[in-house]
Design a protein around this ligand. Structure first.
Ligand SMILES: NC(=O)c1ccc[n+]([C@@H]2O[C@H](COP(=O)([O-])OP(=O)(O)OC[C@H]3O[C@@H](n4cnc5c(N)ncnc54)[C@H](OP(=O)(O)O)[C@@H]3O)[C@@H](O)[C@H]2O)c1
Length: 330
């Protein structure tokens, strides 16, 4: 019998929702063709919701949590994968319908696996994770909308968080003038190192949104939602675009349609989990070209998986800087 290993398992029980570490063996894993030895996972806002039970994330019980994983194939009955292949999964139903990455081992459907891009280690792939994919999808959405680098700024809300940090770095590297909107002005040196041209206190965008404001932004990557998204919309210049990624500040869609009707502003939703394989491949290719190792080191730190409960609390309180990579074997 294979050795037991720890995994973070969530369950809906008669007494309510519970998430905690449990010892699993290979025979407990789902009957999918590819057995992966996981090296690293990561912490995303959605993981925070699942670990603490503050959001309804799991759609089957019991569920191994962790929406991302990177590791090596140990065995595979699918011809597309061989033992030793390095692979990565971000989102795609992990921790919702399929068992996820907060475990040392997992059996997975081959269609979920992306070969690890040659330029990245498994740790670097998890420094990117779902948050990094989302940031690149947001940049691509702005490009698709015709928003080009120029004098007018691109606003990034939740700038010091995971999606925000990668977005600031990617946009700045492409030559956009980035205004980092943050509730943590003390992180100005960090945000400037990533390439932010200006730091804007979050409070400036938290007031009651007007129907239309003076044209301030060429576009935005929004991780906040709610009033902040409405304020961004009202102040986006003609033909600008907003990539709506998150809801750290609220799930409601506030504001008016004036910016859309009078300025042709485009509001583009981003869904990294549902990103199709062809686009996912392009996203990883661009991340490989546009995210240098030094940037990944600057935005991420490694923590043992055993700390994930405390870290989950912290991410929901907006206290995490950049990205947390989780070492599942520590
Ligand atoms: N659409 C998708 O596919 C997708 C994928 C990944 C994540 N998301 C969403 O994107 C958001 C960011 O995810 P993440 O993993 O980057 O989380 P994160 O690391 O916690 O980043 C969120 C950031 O938002 C800011 N923030 C916190 N509370 C806020 C509030 N009340 N109002 C406004 N801003 C607040 C904080 O940055 P500052 O301190 O700098 O203000 C915080 O660091 C989450 O809502 C997540 O659910 C969506």
């Amino acid at each position: 019998m294979s050795a037991a290993f720890p995994a973070l398992v969530a369950e809906n029980t008669p007494a309510g929702y519970r998430a905690g570490f449990r010892q699993l063996r290979d025979l407990d894993l789902p009957p999918f063709p590819v057995l992966v030895q996981i090296e690293y996972s990561s912490l995303n806002y959605k993981d925070g919701l699942a670990v603490t039970g503050r959001g309804k994330i799991i759609r089957r019980s019991p569920m191994v949590l962790g929406i991302d994983l990177a590791g090596r194939v140990e065995s595979s009955s699918d011809p597309r994968f061989q033992p030793g292949d390095a692979v990565v999964v971000t989102g795609q139903g992990l921790s919702e319908t399929d068992w996820g990455g907060y475990s040392r081992r997992q059996r997975l459907r081959p269609e979920l696996l992306t070969p690890l891009p040659a330029g990245f280690s498994t740790r670097q792939a998890m420094a990117i994770g779902t948050a990094g994919l989302t940031a690149m999808l947001a940049l691509m959405a702005l490009e698709d909308a015709g928003v080009r680098p120029g004098e007018r700024e691109i606003a990034v809300t939740g700038a010091a968080g995971g999606v925000g940090s990668v977005a600031v770095a990617l946009l700045a590297a492409r030559g956009y003038a980035v205004a980092a909107i943050t509730g943590r002005p003390q992180l100005e040196p960090y945000l400037r190192r990533l390439g932010a041209r200006r730091i804007v206190p979050r409070a400036e965008l938290e007031g009651t949104p007007p129907g239309l404001d003076s044209e301030r932004w060429a576009g935005a990557v929004d991780n906040a939602g709610g009033k902040m998204l409405a304020n961004l919309l009202a102040a986006t210049a003609a033909d600008g675009a907003i990539a709506a990624c998150g809801l750290a500040g609220g799930a409601e869609l506030a504001g008016t349609v004036y910016p859309l009707l009078l300025r042709g502003v485009r509001l583009q939703g981003i869904s990294s989990s549902g990103c199709r394989p062809e686009r996912r491949k392009r996203v990883w290719e661009r991340l490989e070209r546009e995210l240098p190792a030094a940037t990944l080191d600057a935005i991420s730190r490694v923590e043992p998986l055993s700390r994930v409960v405390a870290l989950s609390q912290a991410i929901l309180e907006g206290k995490i800087q950049g990205r947390i990579v989780l070492d599942v074997n520590a």
